[in-house]
Design a protein around this ligand. Sequence first.
Ligand SMILES: Nc1ncnc2c1ncn2[C@@H]1O[C@H](COP(=O)(O)OS(=O)(=O)O)[C@@H](OP(=O)(O)O)[C@H]1O
Length: 248
Amino acid sequence: GTTWTQEIVDLIQNEGDVDLTQRAPTHVSFPFIEWIIPSIGSGLEQANAMPSPRTLKTHLPFQLLPPSFLERNCQIIYVARNPKDNLVSYYHFHRMNKPLPHSTVWARFCQRTALAGHLEISLGQHFHTLHHTQRCFHLRTVYSVHQDMYLNPKHEIWKLGEFIGKKLDGSVLGKIVHHTSFDVMKQNPMANCSAVPAEVTDRSVSPFMRKGAVGDWKNHFIVAQNERFDEDYQRRMAGTSLIFHFQF
Ligand SMILES: Nc1ncnc2c1ncn2[C@@H]1O[C@H](COP(=O)(O)OS(=O)(=O)O)[C@@H](OP(=O)(O)O)[C@H]1O
């Protein structure tokens, strides 16, 4: 849901002006701070060259964020997704992302990443939500949860607007809902990640915007994987107030 949220935030900041959000691909408008791609450069340098206020992207877990994020009282939009759907999406992302360790077989990916806790995936532990919810209760943080955006996009976009400090009227809200719907975004070359260089992604293996659905995990997990996952989930997420629903 990160790219989705980025497009929503861009439209909120530009008060629904679609032409303005077409100025550049997402990774150019929003520096991805831990990203270094030879043909694009370093996200950190890109961020440093930008005037404030800047909107940045990171996949770093909370404890690895630069301390200035807290010292300077940055606003944080934390994007989370039902971890089963997230794992499935990640699996397909790994298949099409050339620099990442290749894992062609779902059963192996599922076993090694989520269940055995190996750091085979690019961004470390699959569950970093717990750390986050425990540590930043008092910070300027809002949660943007994929399934909530999917089920009630208008409300979630309104909520993000309030957080950012933009009052969105009904027509702007409707416009943002439309332009950030899966089908419209998938056709938008500035928002669908098709501008990411071919040295990084091979979209012939799997498109970046693949399904965007809630509940696709049911097409991948077998019963035993699901049971193991549930056990792990209970253990790792005990104590967090963030609730995901799996029954779709
Ligand atoms: N508009 C919209 N609606 C619904 N879903 C959307 C949308 N935009 C992106 N997506 C889905 O988000 C998944 C990619 O996640 P991220 O953007 O977080 O990936 S990234 O790590 O930041 O590159 C990936 O999910 P899957 O399709 O399930 O693989 C995208 O399709």
